[in-house]
Design a protein around this ligand. Structure first.
Ligand code: AMP
Length: 234
């Protein structure tokens, strides 16, 4: 089935009235960004990606952008204080009223604690969706990833190749490797995930939060999406 067919219309009734945070959890390359986009389409709720927010600041060249640029270039995490603030501010926007997707946040124990306190205070439920992916699959995925420097579209040599190799389907620009997809940076990002982020899974469970595990190694993106929907709508 094509992707368009797999994603029914947005704004579905079953999600209305529930203000819930869908926390997409997984290592770099686990498909959080792709699944977030599907969920945005299907449920009509916004994606809150701290990585995208930080990249926007870098593009703008503002004070935050200048502060995080080098850290992100190296694949290191930026400060908890900064991302906590970005998320808290973002949740004040009305489009989050019916729920939202957290993509790439929280990533440390401190972020998880601040987030849980904030969500509890705002009476927002939370569902953690863990996209489980084999290490070798991640390496293969990330190393095949290319991006259009003009429109930002992401491609992948195996799962989403452009029609003409190395060229953007939409505007014909030559595709590039995203700065943080370079090999040394990928290793650093995976290390940061193992050391600082993966331990959150136990933390969530110990705190009695529901954690849904989905096999995102062997299932295709559409299959992963169906599983997520089943859980979200259960
Ligand atoms: P992402 O696009 O989610 O993979 O994030 C790209 C980069 O942004 C990461 O490698 C970090 O440098 C930074 N970043 C994004 N989200 C966070 C977060 N929650 N905590 C700390 N750093 C983050």
């Amino acid at each position: 089935m094509g992707l368009a067919a797999a994603i029914p219309q947005s704004g579905t009734p079953e999600f209305i009235g529930v203000r819930r945070a869908l926390i997409l959890f997984g290592s770099p390359g686990s498909g959080k960004g792709t699944q977030s986009k599907f969920l945005v389409e299907r449920l009509g709720i916004p994606q809150i990606s701290t990585g995208d927010m930080l990249r926007e600041h870098i593009q703008l060249g503002d004070e935050i952008g200048l502060r995080v640029r080098e850290l992100m270039r190296a694949g290191s995490l930026v400060s908890d204080e900064l991302v906590n603030k970005l998320v808290e501010e973002r949740l004040k926007q009305q489009d989050t009223d019916r729920g939202f997707i957290l993509d790439g946040y929280p990533r440390t124990l401190h972020q998880a604690d601040v987030m849980s306190a904030l969500l509890d205070r705002l009476k927002i439920g939370q569902l953690v969706i863990h996209l489980v992916v084999d290490y070798n699959v991640i390496i293969a995925r990330i190393s095949g990833r290319r991006q259009c420097p003009v429109c930002g579209t992401l491609y992948n040599a195996t799962s989403k190749p452009p029609k003409v190799a190395g060229v953007c389907d939409l505007d014909g620009s030559a595709l590039v490797i995203r700065e943080d997809d370079r090999e040394s940076v990928v290793r650093e990002r995976l290390d940061a995930y193992e050391q600082k982020t993966r331990p959150l899974l136990d933390h969530f469970r110990q705190a009695g939060r529901k954690v849904i595990e989905i096999d995102a190694s062997t299932l295709k993106p559409e299959g992963v999406f169906e599983r997520i929907l089943e859980q979200v709508q259960a």
